[in-house]
Design a protein around this ligand. Sequence first.
Ligand SMILES: CC(C)(COP(=O)(O)OP(=O)(O)OC[C@H]1O[C@@H](n2cnc3c(N)ncnc32)[C@H](O)[C@@H]1OP(=O)(O)O)[C@@H](O)C(=O)NCCC(=O)NCCS
Length: 189
Amino acid sequence: MPSVSTESIAPSSLTPAAAPSAPSAPLTIRPARTSDMRAVRALVTPLAERRILLQKEAVSYYESTADFVVADLGERLVGCGAIHVLWEDLAEVRTLAVADDALGHGVGSALLTALIDRARTLGVRRLFCLTFETAFFTRHGFAPIDGQAVSPEVYAELLRSYDEGVAEFLDLERVKPNTLGNTRMLRTL
Ligand SMILES: CC(C)(COP(=O)(O)OP(=O)(O)OC[C@H]1O[C@@H](n2cnc3c(N)ncnc32)[C@H](O)[C@@H]1OP(=O)(O)O)[C@@H](O)C(=O)NCCC(=O)NCCS
């Protein structure tokens, strides 16, 4: 797929739900803006309530605006995803979410492709993901891992982070109820 912000995907098959008879707008994958973050939170909240994604405070969304790309259908966002750098050679795919009525049209794949491009641009060599969607991520080159993805030295450094996502990456005891059933996956870039 081509690069992040100019991509158009299957416009004939993805019609805005709010205006079903309107012509389909092209879907654009682009970097998020602060004004998108309410909609991003609205996409994530139902998934967080089902413990599929990690729920965060509103402030955390604004703080991580620069991590996000969004799938923009013109009058609404139908998906989002973020890349969070963990260490010099390692980043995590986070908060990848597609609206229920847009699933299965390639939006998630386009977002993930954009995030992988972004990770390459940032210079990381490995991408981590904690997910229930193992088939989807396997199709995108990820494979399950056992144990930690970092050395004991880097693990000790990461323990200093206050980020809940990092605690989940480290598989800390206190966050295990949140990550139950998830698979730890890694892709080399
Ligand atoms: C994982 C997730 C983002 C995938 O989103 P999606 O938009 O449905 O993803 P895609 O459409 O690219 O791929 C899904 C399926 O649609 C199919 N598909 C892809 N492009 C398509 C297209 N243009 N038309 C029709 N179907 C298509 C794919 O074959 C794929 O099939 P598979 O599930 O057997 O792999 C979505 O299920 C989701 O939001 N899950 C909950 C949150 C989550 O778990 N996130 C991951 C952890 S951060």
